[in-house]
Structure formats: structure tokens, C-alpha cells
Design a protein around this ligand. Structure first.
Ligand code: SAM
Length: 215
């Protein structure tokens, strides 16, 4: 039996009770061992439904948030997905476990290095780079789905442009403290947008995002 199997199963029950229904998302999250992605003092809390610190003033997102955003992308498991905000690497590993081809960008270079070790540990081919993800990753565009895991003041235009026709972008948009989750769908040159209230993320800092306040 894998470590924390019971706790992981309990986390999945909590996600279901909170309204997560996508079996692909639930299956991936029940197999990915979240305790590998958190710092040592938090290992015993890895399956609580809460965000946890990962150093560098950043967090691994709450499991419900990961599940909700991933479900909102309506993935089948063969899509090319861009993640902005690699953080611990957990979200990228969940997407890759679902079968997606994952590209991920993180502005904090020590976190990139740490996440890469996780990708190797799980034996997954995930393309990652250090840098400002608010400009997207044009060399590999278009993407079937884009997930931004930090809160932005607006939707960065390059991310909309790098969406494939029929593709979906999920991004928290609001002020620095509280955001709404925007779900944007591209249909040809048209974009439709839906907003869901009540999410809280660390800020997206970059050219098309919040200014760097020394953090
Ligand atoms: N997806 C992550 C996980 O699974 O652990 C959680 C990420 S954390 C909530 C948000 C991350 O976005 C932080 O690591 C932060 O450094 C990063 N970030 C903020 N602005 C960014 C930018 N412009 N480009 C890339 N990463 C950025």
C-alpha cells in the first residue's frame, strides 16, 4: 500500500462532496502523491483541503482549487496544455497524469529546479522553463488549454492569442487579495467568458500582470 493512501481517498471524498464530478480529474488526483510536493513540516497535512507554503512566499494550491480549475478545462487527456505558475509542480503532474502534453512556466527559478526533480521522480515528460509566463510560450502555441495558477489584474492578451480554436483558458482575475476565476473559450476570433467568484491566489507578477514589488 502506498503511503497516505487512506488520506488521499478521504481528500477525493471531500472533493466529490464539494462538487467535483470529472472522473479523469478525480482519478489523477487520487493517484498523484501530494505529500511529495509539500515541505517536510507539512507532510502530514498534505491531504487537507488547504493551500500550503512551498517557500519563496509561494503556495501549492488547495486541492479543491486544482480540481475545480482542471475540471473547468474539460480535458479528455490528449490535449496540449500550458500552465503558468509551476510552483511545486503538483498541478503539472496532475495534468500529465491525465495524459496531457504539459508545458509549464515559473518565474521563481529555485521552484523550477525543484519541480523538475518531481517530474523526473514521476517519470513524466513535462516541458518547463523559468521566466515570465504572462507572455505565454509562443514557440509551442497554440495550446488546447491554458491554466494560470496565480491571480492577475487582467487577462494577458498573449495568453488569449496562444489559445487554439476551441481552446479554454482558466485564470484568476481580480485585485491582489481576492479574485474571480475567469473561464475563457476561444471560438475562431471570438472569445466567450464566464466568471466564478471566491478564489484567492498569490499574485501573477510580470509584463502583462502585477508589477514586481521586490517579491
Ligand atoms: N500550480 C502550482 C502548484 O501546483 O504547486 C501552484 C502555484 S502558486 C499558487 C503560483 C505560482 O505562480 C508561484 O510559484 C509564483 O512564483 C508563480 N508566478 C507568479 N507570477 C508568474 C509569472 N508571471 N510567470 C510564471 N510564474 C509566475
Amino acid at each position: 500500500m502506498k503511503r497516505f493512501e487512506t488520506e488521499r481517498a478521504e481528500m477525493i471524498e471531500v472533493l466529490k462532496q464539494k462538487g467535483i464530478w470529472d472522473e479523469r480529474v478525480l482519478a489523477a488526483m487520487s493517484s498523484v502523491e501530494r505529500h511529495f510536493f509539500v515541505d517536510a513540516p507539512f507532510v502530514n497535512r498534505a491531504y487537507e483541503d488547504s493551500a500550503l507554503p512551498i517557500g519563496h512566499e509561494q503556495t501549492i494550491s488547495q486541492p479543491y482549487t486544482v480540481a475545480f480549475m482542471t475540471q473547468a478545462l474539460e480535458l479528455k487527456g490528449n490535449e496540449k496544455v500550458l500552465e503558468v505558475g509551476t510552483g511545486s509542480g503538483y498541478q503539472a503532474v496532475v495534468l500529465a497524469t491525465m495524459g496531457c502534453r504539459v508545458f509549464t512556466i515559473e518565474r521563481r527559478l529555485p521552484l523550477v529546479a525543484r519541480a523538475r526533480k518531481m517530474f523526473d521522480h514521476f517519470n513524466l515528460h513535462i516541458a518547463s522553463k523559468g521566466g515570465d509566463g504572462s507572455v505565454g510560450w509562443s514557440e509551442f502555441a497554440p495550446f488546447d488549454a491554458i491554466i494560470v495558477t496565480a491571480g492577475a489584474p487582467n487577462i494577458p492578451q498573449p495568453l488569449k492569442e496562444q489559445l487554439a480554436d476551441g481552446g479554454k483558458l482558466v485564470i484568476p482575475v481580480g485585485d491582489r487579495d481576492i479574485q474571480k476565476l475567469s473561464v475563457v473559450r476561444r471560438l475562431g476570433s471570438q472569445f466567450t467568458q464566464q466568471e466564478i467568484s471566491g478564489f484567492k491566489f498569490v499574485p501573477l507578477v510580470g509584463k502583462n500582470a502585477w508589477a514586481n514589488e521586490g517579491k
